[in-house]
Structures are given as structure tokens and as C-alpha cells.
Design a protein around this ligand. Structure first.
Ligand SMILES: Cc1cc2nc3c(=O)[nH]c(=O)nc-3n(C[C@H](O)[C@H](O)[C@H](O)COP(=O)(O)OP(=O)(O)OC[C@H]3O[C@@H](n4cnc5c(N)ncnc54)[C@H](O)[C@@H]3O)c2cc1C
Ligand code: FES
Length: 358
């Protein structure tokens, strides 16, 4: 599937190696010979970087042969080593014809990984890839589409539009794309060229802070010009607040609504103020954590760093056993207090005192 970078082929020495040593030990030594040689782990090398907008960069990654490919619209957990620590974040790549993957990363103020990728990652750097997953994909070509993207939420839409263009745009598609200022839009020329080449595609750019449009926010846009909404499949992607607003505006009026939030809503007004006591059973530590932050964010703020990945409740990396107490899901508001059950620390806030198997 991919014109991938060389990796070790599964010949008999590798089969032997699989039995003799752990993959981690094998990878430790093999990557000293060639940074992309691993027994099983998909890795990718950064082969080019270009500015995508004022605050975003597109990085092209060439995976090794352990990479199993992806569908347009899916996302991938990418592991980056910064200051000796491997940090994992999700990105929504565009698979390119030569087997490489293009990720476009918006530099978030104060963001650890996005700032590193946008400003410090160098050609030749190697990152880890996990298998692609996600439901921002197009399953049936008979549906007309309404794509809603805010900020870096354009990335899965770009992959979907290129995929549809390669199939001669079999459906009507309207893309609404929000950014604060004009120079924050990515792929402007590419999107205009696609729309010029495919009359079924209509692209609408909405800048929320350039002072020209009336009120271009999602809750004020009428969508009148695009015909009946009840026949549209909607895919929405962007920061948590945008996705919530899009859902409130359109869910129930359209044929189907699927969304992917790239971040949690900025403030959690639904959570009670104050702190609770969180006991970490394995390490024996007891900490006071705020009730309006995810458990993960609260722990990290006090120097405790449990394993984490997507930070959006998707990958399950941060899951640990809640031995007692109540947690509150930050996206749904659901309270859960079943003892000895797993809890995803990145999207749950402490509701009461907690005991965690950490
Ligand atoms: C499924 C999925 C796909 C994603 N695809 C992309 C992509 O293609 N391109 C891309 O640039 N990002 C994408 N993201 C976001 C990305 O995973 C990181 O969250 C982002 O790069 C910030 O990471 P960081 O380490 O710099 O910030 P952190 O250090 O983890 O966080 C710093 C602060 O920024 C906030 N924050 C984190 N992400 C965002 C955001 N997107 N918008 C606003 N505030 C944020 C956090 O809540 C926190 O307060 C995706 C996220 C998900 C869940
Ligand atoms: S870090 Fe992925 S589910 Fe929490």
C-alpha cells in the first residue's frame, strides 16, 4: 500500500529475534543501526516541512513498512521525543500518493508537542505511529455532505476532499471553514483549485475576527443557500467548543451528524468548584485535585505523569481503575461511581474524593 521507507523484512533471523528478545529490546539496538528498523513498531521519518499558514506547518512523514495505511479522515497517535520524554498526540494526516503522510500542525500557545513540531522538528527526525482509527470517514457516496471545520479541524476535511476529488467528486459537498484571521487559513489555493475543478464542491471561508462579515460564527450561519439540510451528512471538526456549538446548531435537522473534537471545551462551567482528595493506591500518594479539570491535567499539574495519548478519551492509554469515588465526564457530564471500573483520566474530572489504581 505504501511506498514506505525500508524496514526489516520478516525473514528467518527476524522470526528468531521475535522469539529470543522483546520487541522493545530489539528496537533499542536495531534503531542504533538504522533509525527506522524495528521489529513491529511503525515509525516515520520527517522528510519535508512547509508553512501552511501563519501559525501552522505541514510536515511530510515517510513511514517504515510496519505502517498499515489509513482511510482518509482517520487520525493517528504520533509519538515525539521531547526532552527525553515520549509524548503522544493525535493528528489527522492526508495520505499522499507516494505513500507518505502529510500532517498539518497548528502551533497552540503553550502547547508542548505542537510548538515542538511547528518550530523545532528537523528533517530526519523519527516519530512513532500507532494504527490509524476514527469515524470521520465517508461510507456511502449517495449522501451529500456538509463539512464544518474550525482551525486545525480542516485536516481530516482536506484528506476527505482529496479522496473525493480522486473519485471525481461523486457527491455534492459544501465545506464551511472557520479561522480567526485570513492568514490562519490553510490549503487556500488547494481548496480553491479543487472547487474550480469540481462544480459539486463549494468552499466557504469564514474569518471570525477580520471585522468584515456580519457574524460568521457557527450558531449564526443560516446555511439557507445550500438547499435542504435534512439530506446532508454533517462532519464537524475543531476545538471542543466549536464542535459543541455545531452539534447544538444542526443535530436533529440533518440526515446524520458526526464530529471529532480536537480539544476539550475551554472552560468547564458545569463542574463544581473546589478540590477533592485523590489517593493513588500504588504509589501511596494523596493529592488535592480541582473538580473542574480532568484528572489527568490535575495530576500533571502536580508532577504526576500517568501514560497518556490522545487526551480526548479516544485511545484508552490513560485508562486506570477507579477503586472508589465518583468521576464526571467532561464532554457528556455523566457521573460514574461504579467501584473497580476503568476510567479515562483525560476526559473525566473528579466528582468526589477518589481512590485510583495508580
Ligand atoms: C482525533 C484528533 C485529531 C487531531 N488532529 C490534529 C491535526 O491534524 N492538527 C493539529 O494541529 N491538531 C490536531 N489535534 C490536536 C492535537 O492532538 C494536540 O492536541 C495539539 O497539537 C496540541 O498539543 P500540544 O501538546 O501542543 O498541547 P498541550 O500541551 O497538550 O495542551 C496545551 C493547551 O492547549 C489546549 N489545546 C490542545 N489542543 C488544542 C486545539 N486543537 N485547539 C485549541 N486548544 C488546544 C489544551 O486544552 C491545553 O490547555 C487532534 C486531536 C485529536 C483528538
Ligand atoms: S489519553 Fe487517550 S483516552 Fe485518555
Amino acid at each position: 500500500m505504501n511506498a514506505a521507507a525500508p524496514a526489516l523484512k520478516p525473514r528467518w533471523p527476524l522470526r528468531l529475534a521475535r522469539r529470543a528478545v522483546s520487541p522493545a529490546l530489539f528496537d533499542f539496538w536495531a534503531t542504533r543501526v538504522n533509525p527506522l528498523w524495528t521489529l513491529e513498531q511503525p515509525l516515520a521519518r520527517l522528510v519535508s516541512r512547509t508553512a501552511a499558514s501563519r501559525d501552522a506547518v505541514t510536515l511530510v512523514l515517510r513511514p517504515n513498512s510496519h505502517w498499515k495505511g489509513m482511510r482518509a479522515g482517520q487520525h493517528v497517535s504520533i509519538g515525539v521525543t521531547i526532552g527525553g520524554r515520549r509524548l503522544i498526540r493525535s493528528y489527522s494526516p492526508t495520505p499522499l500518493d507516494d505513500g507518505t503522510l502529510a500532517i498539518t500542525v497548528k502551533a497552540i500557545t503553550g502547547g508542548v508537542v505542537s510548538q515542538h513540531l511547528a518550530h523545532e522538528a528537523r528533517i530526519g527526525d523519527v516519530v512513532t505511529l500507532d494504527p490509524a482509527f476514527g469515524d470521520m470517514t465517508i461510507t456511502a457516496d449517495h449522501e451529500s455532505l456538509l463539512l464544518l471545520a474550525a482551525g486545525s479541524g480542516i485536516t481530516p476535511m482536506r484528506a476527505l476532499l482529496r479522496d473525493l476529488a480522486a473519485r471525481n467528486m461523486p457527491v455534492v459537498v459544501d465545506l464551511y471553514y472557520w479561522a480567526r484571521q485570513r492568514d490562519e487559513f490553510c490549503f487556500v489555493d488547494e481548496l480553491m483549485e479543487l472547487a474550480a475543478a469540481h462544480p459539486r464542491l463549494h468552499v466557504h471561508f469564514l474569518a471570525t475576527r477580520d471585522g468584515t462579515a456580519a457574524d460568521p460564527r457557527i450558531d449564526a450561519v443560516s446555511f439557507e443557500g445550500i438547499g435542504p439540510l435534512d439530506q446532508r451528512r454533517v462532519l464537524a471538526c475543531g476545538p471542543g467548543g466549536f464542535v459543541e456549538a455545531a452539534r447544538a446548531r444542526l443535530d436533529g435537522q440533518v440526515a446524520s451528524f458526526a464530529a471529532e473534537a480536537f480539544s476539550l471545551p475551554a472552560t468547564d462551567a458545569s463542574g463544581d468548584a473546589g478540590e477533592v482528595e485523590v489517593h493513588l493506591a500504588r504509589s501511596g500518594r494523596t493529592l488535592m485535585l480541582p473538580r473542574n479539570l480532568s484528572v489527568l491535567a490535575g495530576l500533571e499539574a502536580q508532577g504526576v505523569r500517568p501514560p497518556s495519548g490522545c487526551r480526548m478519551g479516544i485511545c484508552n492509554t490513560c485508562s486506570c481503575e477507579r477503586q472508589s469515588g465518583t468521576t464526571r465526564h467532561l464532554l457528556t457530564g455523566d457521573l460514574t461511581s461504579e467501584p473497580s471500573s476503568p476510567v479515562r483520566l483525560c476526559v473525566n474530572a473528579p466528582g468526589t474524593d477518589l481512590i485510583l489504581d495508580l
